[in-house]
Write a protein that binds this ligand. Structure first.
Ligand code: NI
Length: 151
């Protein structure tokens, strides 16, 4: 396993849409392991492919006991609302801001072997899934800054 470089938002890779993963080989497993290690070292709760230089639909999450590797993830159900401050390992913390997210999401994804699974999450892990899936579309959290309901 190895620590990968985390790209910052001055890199255009963070603004591109990622492609599906179609090959489930050893390299994919190594990359996911490295992403877990890199995220842990950086004290993050989630990390997406483009943040380590891969324009592929992959992300890892580890928060509140939910440790997930997500390959080709999709949110298939969302419910409720939560407003809380968000940040990102690719963005300076001075840009942290409140973001409105669903309170509960069900994500459908594959693991490193291509096995499909579904998982329902609430609270912070649900927020992390939404944040990481945004990365796969080239969207950074602060473009969703919550300005209040009256705006
Ligand atoms: Ni992020």
């Amino acid at each position: 396993m190895a620590i990968r470089k985390i790209f910052q938002e001055d890199n255009e890779i963070l603004f591109k849409r990622c492609r599906e993963v179609s090959i489930f080989d050893e390299k994919l497993g190594e990359l996911l392991d490295d992403m877990f290690e890199t995220m842990l070292k950086a004290d993050g709760v989630g990390l997406a492919g483009p943040q380590v230089g891969y324009l592929r639909r992959i992300a890892v999450i580890d928060c509140e006991g939910e440790k997930l590797e997500l390959v080709n993830p999709q949110i298939i159900a969302a419910d409720g609302e939560q407003i809380d401050e968000e940040g990102c390992l690719s963005v300076d913390s001075s840009k942290n801001c409140e973001v409105l997210r669903p309170y509960k999401v069900t994500v459908r994804a594959q693991d490193r072997k291509g096995e499909r699974f579904e998982k329902t999450l609430t609270g912070l892990p649900a927020r992390a899934v939404c944040h990481e899936l945004d990365h796969l579309e080239g969207i950074l959290f602060y473009t969703r800054k919550y300005e209040g309901k009256n705006k």
